[in-house]
Design a protein around this ligand. Structure first.
Ligand code: FAD
Length: 462
């Protein structure tokens, strides 16, 4: 058994862990980065990047088939070659992964350990069966994994998760997507646009992350036209029959439906990877889910020299948040017991559907009823959106009554990923609706729709 002493041990070499490692080193500490699985990060290997590559192919297929309204016709069928689609997804994905792996390869060998880590006590880790690491402080950056309910686990290789989709060599014909969160909607719509017969079965009426009832209802209508969408399905059984899966569910309208699929893609939420860490062998206080009780500001578990960052803490499972939290956790771990709060950016979340879904700042559900006014724009008659035949969408912006400050927005609509950035920057700069309306708006652009929503909010504050 090898024994290593270090200032900071980081468990997990994903986006949070890599960022924690760099920050700990920059703070002058010695650091060991421990990775049990494949290097390359969830984002690059099986998350953000391959999903956007699949979506890009899906959008190409969609636009090739939908030019007729502009007078642009494809005489003959648009042919989607599933093998070529998946080959490009994997080829480009491997390129992105390659950049991350090259970064890891460039790190000093003495700073890297391969193997799954678990705690022996607060400051001692067992890595694989070969090494013990004594660390003055530890960063848990172990990421998250999809939840796989027992009913689907029994389907063997016919129940798949996002990781498996990006390993496909070809596209299947029929897929049931379980879960209408961001991952379910993104992958469900992409597969549907690529010619796969898709049913997206949500359970609790969710449409991605949306909490504003009007925007959610609008988005539900949009997606119901794009694929078979059941936001409130009760799945009664999923049974494997040869290489097919027979799914029986009660639809959102209360009808009993039986359908057959090649795969069930389970996208019903993710849970932090803390089960294998033997946290019960530490003196850390654990919550009901077995997660260390920690301070969301400093990411510190109690007063212990243990910090938890990225998807592992289950709070904001997004790439840029993982990187920010990793940086803060790495710095705090290096400087322990002197710890500082994470510098949080304005909240921003995007689903890369078409139309896109975006949320900035406070969620509608979290705002006190009388504290704000809602400005609205429909993108159906919005000039540039209509020019491009992308005129589907509804935006709500929320403005605080007393201060006139912009506090949040939820919407579905064209170019949502870009407008989300304008709004997030405005929020972080603490702009009032009047200050935002004094900003430039070119013509004709989709952002003019945002201006309509802001004007609507301002008029309600008169
Ligand atoms: C399909 C999909 C699409 C997504 N799209 C987006 C998007 O468009 N935009 C966005 O912002 N976010 C997106 N995300 C979320 C984003 O990918 C994650 O928030 C981010 O990758 C989390 O990084 P992390 O460092 O916390 O975890 P990870 O990158 O998963 O790193 C954790 C690492 O810890 C290792 N590990 C676990 N346990 C141990 C142990 N005991 N010992 C040693 N090593 C261990 C794992 O092997 C892993 O390498 C998406 C996620 C998915 C699944």
């Amino acid at each position: 058994m090898n024994t290593i002493h270090t200032d900071v041990a980081i468990i997990g070499a994903g986006s949070a862990g890599l960022s924690a490692y760099r920050a700990a080193k920059a703070a002058g500490a010695s650091a060991i980065l421990i990775e049990g699985g494949a290097h390359g990060t969830t984002c690059a290997r099986v998350g953000c990047m391959p999903s956007k590559l699949l979506i890009a192919a899906a959008d190409a297929a969609y636009h090739a088939a939908h030019g007729a309204a502009f007078g642009v016709h494809v005489d003959g069928a648009v042919r989607i070659d599933g093998r070529e689609v998946m080959a490009r997804v994997k080829r480009e994905r491997d390129r992105f992964v390659g950049f991350v792996v090259a970064g890891v390869d460039a790190m000093p060998d003495a700073d890297k350990l391969t193997g799954y880590a678990r705690f022996i006590d607060d400051n001692l880790l067992q890595v694989g069966d070969h090494t013990r690491v004594h660390a003055k402080s530890v960063v848990i950056a172990t990421g998250s994994s999809p939840v796989m309910p027992a009913m689907y686990r029994a389907l063997g290789d016919r129940a798949v998760i996002n990781d498996d989709v990006f390993a496909w060599d070809d596209l299947p014909k029929r897929v049931a997507v379980i879960g209408a969160g961001v991952i379910g909607l993104e992958l469900g719509q992409a597969l549907a646009r690529l010619g796969v017969r898709v049913s997206v079965l949500g359970a609790r009426g969710r449409v991605g992350p949306l909490t504003d009832p009007d925007v959610r209802a609008y988005a539900q209508r949009v997606f119901s036209e794009a694929f078979h969408f059941e936001p409130r399905a009760q799945v009664e059984s999923a049974v494997r029959e040869g290489d097919e899966v027979r799914v029986r569910y009660v639809s959102s309208e209360g009808k009993l439906i039986e359908d057959t699929f090649d795969y069930v893609l389970v996208a019903a939420g993710r849970k932090p990877n803390v089960g294998g860490l033997a946290l019960h062998d530490t003196s850390l206080e654990l919550d009901d889910d077995g997660l260390p009780v920690y301070d969301a500001l400093t990411l510190q578990a109690g007063t212990h020299p243990v910090f938890i960052a990225g998807d592992a803490n289950g709070v904001l499972p997004l790439l840029h948040e993982a990187a920010d939290e990793g940086r803060a956790a790495g710095t705090n771990a290096a400087r322990y017991p002197h710890v500082e709060p994470v510098e949080r950016r304005a909240p921003i979340a995007i689903a890369f559907t078409d139309p896109g879904i975006a949320m900035v700042g406070a969620r509608h559900v979290d705002l006190a009823a009388d504290s704000f006014v809602t400005g609205e724009v429909s993108f159906e008659d919005q000039g540039r959106s209509r020019v491009m035949l992308r005129n589907r969408g509804l935006m709500h912006v929320y403005v605080h009554r007393g201060s006139r400050r912009f506090v949040g927005a939820e919407w579905i609509g064209p170019d949502a990923e870009h407008i989300a950035h304008l709004l997030a920057w405005g929020l972080q700069m603490k702009l009032t609706v009047d200050e935002m309306l004094r900003m430039p708006f070119y013509h004709p652009v989709v952002e003019e729709g945002l201006r309509t929503a802001l004007r609507d909010a301002a008029s309600k504050l008169m």
